[in-house]
Design a protein around this ligand. Structure first.
Ligand code: PEP
Ligand code: MG
Length: 907
């Protein structure tokens, strides 16, 4: 005999488990034991440990049963003693539930058996004892159905059959001429049991077991088996749950909420899971089983009187009708309500977190069936954590750790009205590129988005993919939907910067620009029709769904202040306009980590001068156009410096390939030709010349400044003049000038020479100087590999992890959407590497460049400005890698502050 203990009792006769034993007993089992320890009424039972599951996997059924038999027997005897009933007693049977319960919650993935212990004799005993024949037969019917499916393996023979037992139920209902299961009487249910058993015998070739012990062993093994069913395996893969954990099995006395008007069942939360308000709330049904509350056939009642009145107000139910038809538990069963309040208070104080509870009242007696930390909205997360901190229930670090950074999105952006959303129909799903909710009329062209919105309409801009030309249309649209492009596509990056809802890479959407329609799954949606987007989930809905603006409550401010106390990473922002900078500062950014100067090229009427510069035939022509751009760029930078008020501002020189700026349509090209006084043919030829097969690896980044130093000159001059102007107005700024896409120090030095020359000229002209810094992006793998050399000239590095990911993995930023979802589904990569940094691969290059950069220049300033700078997991990595700051889009600044605080606490 092995001496390992596999079975742990819980109940008022003695409890062997505890909350701290989740690894051994699973979350459910550990919490059931803990409730017993707290003196809370729990139906007695026992937990068979996860170690038994692991042993079963290696040793098989017979050995498992040998190992646990005596302990299970003793467990049953203990439950019998407490319940005053015997397992297998035909006159008054003890019935059991057998449920799974892993270390991590895996909702609905594994199997459950209820009402175990019933057979043709026991059902009669139960009927007599309960004085309720229908109840007894319904319990038996449910048991045979569950057991037949889960333990005996009666599965549908065809897709059409869906559930063979339901087919039988439908037949009986039809014969009886009734619609609902609840309309079947005891005789019908008896007939169902007989038919179910016949079906099992016919299909499986075995009889339904009448011996309760045989039933029990079968159920235990089946629940262990369900650890390895397909659903559970997929869920484990998706949630990184190791197979070796195994599940525990909880065997527990059944209690019934459907034994008449003094019985009920319900679920409750110790605080409001939606708003976080410190208000006990929940729903229950009289004379019902747990599944009836969820099924939504009957209207559940509220547990508290306050909750009930609030519900009635929303549901437009007059008070008299409410009190009569839908009274609260507080009114209906005041004693039991008081007991429930006692239990919820004890549990919340004990676990120091909001609890999600299940309870059953059987003939006037309260039983708690489950407690666990409740799921909640982002707003509730913040409020509950901050209030529990104030109430002295948790400390500051715990409060910070309680909030999932990404969930702050719920507070920062508009959200769908939950009731409107409940009626909505999703038609497709893309990437959750930029969070928030948006509803509007479909338009397919950026200029029309502008025109429509000027007429006061809400629009959703639907494109194959966006380009910088669409910028103004994007800025007025309520949301953006693209058929192509990944998480770092143009649409995604720009939308995040604008704090605008965007769903990208939605492959199911086919855009027909000529017909002005989009087709999804064969359904055609025309321009002007209403659609809605959820940028936080990637869902696309047909129709108009009401949205609600988010409010930044006082708790949010308190939380943000707390993050600053713990974090060591600085949080900067990626901002190209004073407006974005202002938003980011409001959210707490302490610098600009990336100003993409090209985004300024589309502002106002400057695109004309930009195009003239690009289409110019020679340097003289380019200089002429650049001279027009200079004052505009200067005022852009002045605006940024003003807004940032002395905080660091990193400005990157022109980065994207020039073809992005030229018109590709006839009308645009004709206008350009007229503007510049050249033929349409010349324009077309120049556009053709600029065409590249792989622009992302083509003529972009510092390669532009190397080909056309006059562009670098103009940008450097604009920066220095703006900095001097700011200085003369009393704002000391230290511009950090950043050269993009270098691979060798020679590229950097070549550009540095141009910038220095301009600095000297400007300082000489003005008779004054400003301190400035020269740095580079580390965004090609080569730059990371030779970072020690590059650091000789660079005073700072900013990791461009978008390009670094693209080039290290060989995944196109703009095209990965066509294969990456499948990659993720197959688990070839754990997550989208453009969203959360690939720590093992790309991360190594970052770590290497940090070490090499510091070896050359110990005080080198290190930051990151790729999209990963706003991703919580990546922020943890950057903290450990020793960066000084992360830079992210304005709306992610609060998320980054929290993630940085959590990273500091964890290290
Ligand atoms: C990057 O590559 O990470 C970066 C910030 O630059 P961009 O996204 O503009 O290429
Ligand atoms: Mg880049």
């Amino acid at each position: 005999m092995s001496s390992t203990k596999y079975v742990y009792l819980f109940g008022s006769h003695g409890t062997e488990g505890a909350a701290g034993m989740k690894n051994l007993l699973g979350g459910k089992g550990a919490n059931l034991a803990e409730m017993c320890r707290l003196g809370i009424p729990v139906p007695p039972g026992f937990t068979i440990s996860t170690e038994a599951c692991t042993a079963y996997t290696t040793l098989g059924r017979e050995r498992l049963l040998e190992m646990i038999r005596d302990e299970v027997l003793a467990g049953i005897r203990s439950v019998e003693a407490e319940m005053g009933k015997r397992f297998g007693d035909a006159a008054d049977p003890l019935l059991l539930s057998v449920r799974s319960g892993a270390r991590a919650s895996m909702p609905g993935m594994m199997d459950t058996i209820l009402n175990l212990g019933l057979n043709d004799e026991a059902v009669e005993g139960l009927a007599r004892k309960a004085g309720n024949e229908r109840f007894a037969w319904d319990s038996y019917r449910r048991f045979v159905q569950m057991y037949g499916d889960v333990v005996m393996g009666l599965k549908p023979v065809s897709k059409e059959e869906h559930d063979p037992f339901e087919v039988v139920i439908d037949m009986v209902k039809e014969a009886r001429g009734v619609q609902l299961d609840t309309e079947l009487d005891a005789a019908d249910l008896k007939e169902l049991v007989a038919r179910f058993k016949a079906l099992i015998r016919a299909r499986i070739g075995r009889d339904f077991p009448v011996d309760p012990w045989e039933q029990l062993w079968g159920a235990i093994v089946a629940v262990f088996d369900s650890w390895n069913n397909d659903r559970a395996r997929v869920y484990r893969e998706l949630n990184d749950i190791p197979e070796s954990w195994g599940t525990a099995v909880n065997v527990q006395a059944m209690v019934f909420g459907n034994l008449g008007d003094h019985s009920a069942t319900g679920v409750a939360f110790t605080r409001d899971a939606g708003t976080g308000e410190d208000l006990f709330n929940g729903e229950f049904l009289v004379n019902a089983q747990g599944e009836d509350v969820v099924a939504g056939i009957r209207t559940p009642q509220q547990v508290s009187l306050v909750g009930s009145r609030r519900w009635a107000e929303l549901a437009l139910v007059p008070e008299a009708e409410r009190a009569e038809k839908y009274p609260s538990l507080e009114e209906l069963m005041p004693d039991l309500y008081r007991q429930l309040i006692e239990a919820e208070t004890t549990l919340e104080n004990h676990f120091r977190d909001m609890q999600d509870l299940e309870f059953t009242i059987q003939e006037g007696r309260l039983w708690m069936l489950q407690t666990r930390n409740g799921k909640r909205t982002g707003a509730a997360m913040v409020r509950i954590a901050m209030e529990m901190l104030e109430q002295g229930m948790i400390d500051e670090k715990t409060a910070l750790e309680r909030i999932a950074p990404d969930r702050l999105n719920d507070l920062l952006h508009p959200v769908f009205d939950p009731r409107a959303l409940a009626q909505a129909r999703p038609i497709a799903r893309g990437l959750p590129a930029s969070p928030g909710a948006a509803t509007g009329q479909i338009v397919f062209f950026a200029d029309e988005a502008e025109a429509w919105s000027q007429r006061g309409r809400d629009v959703i801009l639907v494109r194959q993919e966006t380009s910088p030309e669409d910028l103004r249309g994007m800025s007025v649209a309520k949301g953006i939907l693209t058929a192509r492009g990944g998480m770092t596509s143009h649409a995604a990056v720009v939308a995040r910067g604008m704090g605008k809802c965007c769903v990208s890479g939605c492959g199911a959407v086919h855009v027909d620009l000529k017909a002005r329609t989009m087709t999804v799954d064969g359904t055609v949606y025309a321009e002007g029709e209403w659609i809605s987007l959820n940028g936080s989930t990637g869902e696309v809905y047909f129709g108009r769904i009401a949205t609600r603006d988010a409010e930044l409550s006082g708790d949010f401010g308190k939380l943000m202040a707390l993050t600053d106390k713990y974090r060591t990473l600085e949080i900067r922002t990626n901002a190209d306009t004073p407006e974005e900078a202002a938003v980011a500062r409001k959210f707490g950014a302490t610098g600009i980590g990336l100003c993409r100067t090209e985004h300024m090229f589309f502002e106002g009427d400057r695109i004309v001068a930009v195009r003239q510069m690009i289409l110019a035939e020679d340097e003289a022509g380019r200089r002429k156009a650049l001279a027009k751009l200079l004052p505009m760029q200067r005022s852009d930078f002045e605006g940024l410096f003003r807004e940032m008020d002395g905080l660091p501002v990193t400005i990157r020189l022109l980065d994207p390939p020039l073809h992005e700026f030229v018109p590709h349509d006839d009308a645009g090209q004709l206008a350009m030709a007229r503007d510049m006084g050249v033929s349409l043919g010349r324009i077309k030829m120049r556009v053709e010349e600029l065409h590249e097969f792989n622009p992302m690896l083509g003529h972009r980044g510092c390669r532009l400044g190397i080909s056309f130093p006059e562009i670098t000159e103009m940008q450097a001059r604009a920066i220095f003049e703006a900095a001097l102007n700011a200085k003369s107005r009393g704002t000391a700024v230290v511009p950090e000038i950043m050269v993009p896409l270098v691979g060798t120090i020679r590229e950097l030095d070549q550009q540095a020479a141009v910038i220095r020359r301009v600095a000297e000229q400007v300082f000489a002209e003005r008779g004054e100087t400003v301190h400035w810094m020269l740095g580079t992006m580390i965004e090609t793998p080569r730059a990371a590999l030779v970072a020690d050399s590059i650091a000789r000239s660079a005073e700072f590095f900013s990791f461009g992890t978008n390009d670094l990911t693209q080039m290290t993995m060989g995944f196109s930023r703009d095209d990965a959407g066509s294969f990456l979802p499948r990659y993720l589904k197959l688990g070839l990569y754990e997550h989208d590497p453009f969203r959360s940094i690939d720590q093992k691969g790309v991360g190594q290059l970052v770590e290497m460049a940090v070490a090499k950069g510091r070896a050359t220049r110990p005080d080198i300033e290190l930051g990151v400005c790729g999209e990963h700078g706003g991703d919580p997991a990546s922020i943890g990595f950057f903290h450990r890698a020793g960066l000084r700051y992360v830079s992210c889009s304005p709306f992610r600044v609060p998320i980054a502050r929290l993630a940085a605080a959590q990273a500091a606490i964890a290290s």
